[in-house]
Ligand binder design. Structure first.
Ligand code: ADP
Length: 223
C-alpha cells in the first residue's frame, strides 16, 4: 500500500490531487487542514487555540498538530496500511518526527509529491476559493502571509526529500488531466500503483505502536 506526502504551497492543488491519488491507490486521505478545521468546528478548547493560528495564516505548533494527526494516522494504518498525507509535514521538525515513526513502525513514505504553480496563480486560485468556500484564511493579506510561511518553513523540505530520492516535482499550472497523467506514469513506473493497490493490508502491530505514541503526544499537548 502506497504512502504519499503531498507537499505544496497553498493553492497548488494538494487537496484535489491528493483526493485523486487516494481514489487511485485505496490509501487513506489524511488532510491536516481538514482535521484542524473539524476540531475548530467542534468548538473545543483545543479548537479555539488552533483557530487563532490558522486565521492568521501561521502554522499551529508542532505539538498540537501531532496530537490531532496521530489518531488519523493510527486509523489509516489499521484500515489500509497506506496514506496520502495532505499538509503534513510542514516543518523540518515535523519531517524528522515523521521519518522516525516511519523507521520505527515500518510506515516510511514512498513518495513525496511537490506541486508548484506561479505565485500569482496561487493567489488567484485561493481568492476564487474564498468566493466558493468562505475560508477565513483566504483573504489577500493572510494568503500572502501563508505563502511566506511556506517559503520559510516548508520549502526546505523539498531538498530534504529530493536528497532521499522520493520527490516528484510537478507543475499544476496546466490542465488537470496532464498533471494526473504525469502522476500516474510516475507511480506506475515505480510499481506504486498496481492492480492490487486497493486491497487492505494488515499492519496491526505497527498501528498499536502508533496508538501508544498518539496517546503520549495527546497528553503532552493537553499539558
Ligand atoms: P493551505 O495549504 O491552503 O494553506 P491547509 O488546509 O493545508 O491549507 O492548512 C490550513 C492551515 O492549517 C494552515 O495555514 C495552518 O494554520 C494549519 N496547518 C495545516 N497543516 C499544518 C501542519 N502540518 N503544521 C502546522 N499547521 C498546519
Amino acid at each position: 500500500m502506497v504512502r504519499v506526502i503531498m507537499l505544496s504551497p497553498p493553492g497548488a492543488g494538494k487537496g484535489t490531487h491528493g483526493r485523486w491519488l487516494t481514489q487511485q491507490t485505496g490509501a487513506e486521505h489524511i488532510s491536516s487542514g481538514d482535521l484542524l478545521r473539524a476540531e475548530v468546528a467542534r468548538g473545543s478548547a483545543l479548537g479555539r487555540r488552533l483557530a487563532e493560528y490558522s486565521a492568521r495564516g501561521d502554522l499551529v505548533p508542532d505539538k498540537l498538530i501531532l496530537s490531532i494527526l496521530m489518531p488519523a494516522v493510527v486509523a489509516a494504518a489499521r484500515k489500509t496500511g497506506g496514506y496520502v498525507l495532505d499538509g503534513f509535514p510542514r516543518t523540518m521538525a515535523q519531517a524528522l518526527r515523521s521519518a522516525r515513526w516511519g523507521l520505527e513502525l515500518g510506515l516510511s513514505s514512498d513518495a513525496v509529491i511537490y506541486l508548484t504553480a506561479p505565485e500569482e496563480e496561487l493567489i488567484s486560485r485561493l481568492l476564487d476559493r474564498a468566493q466558493r468556500e468562505g475560508r477565513v484564511d483566504d483573504t489577500l493579506d493572510v494568503i500572502k502571509h501563508r505563502l511566506a510561511v511556506f517559503t520559510r518553513e516548508t520549502e526546505p523540505l523539498v531538498d530534504y526529500y529530493r536528497d532521499r530520492g522520493i520527490l516528484l516535482e510537478v507543475s499544476t499550472d496546466r490542465p488537470e488531466q496532464e498533471v494526473r497523467a504525469d502522476l500516474r506514469d510516475w507511480f506506475q513506473a515505480r510499481g506504486l500503483i498496481s492492480p492490487g493497490a486497493g486491497d487492505a493490508s494488515v499492519v496491526s502491530g505497527a498501528a498499536g505502536a502508533v496508538a501508544d505514541e498518539a496517546s503520549a503526544v495527546a497528553s503532552e499537548a493537553s499539558a
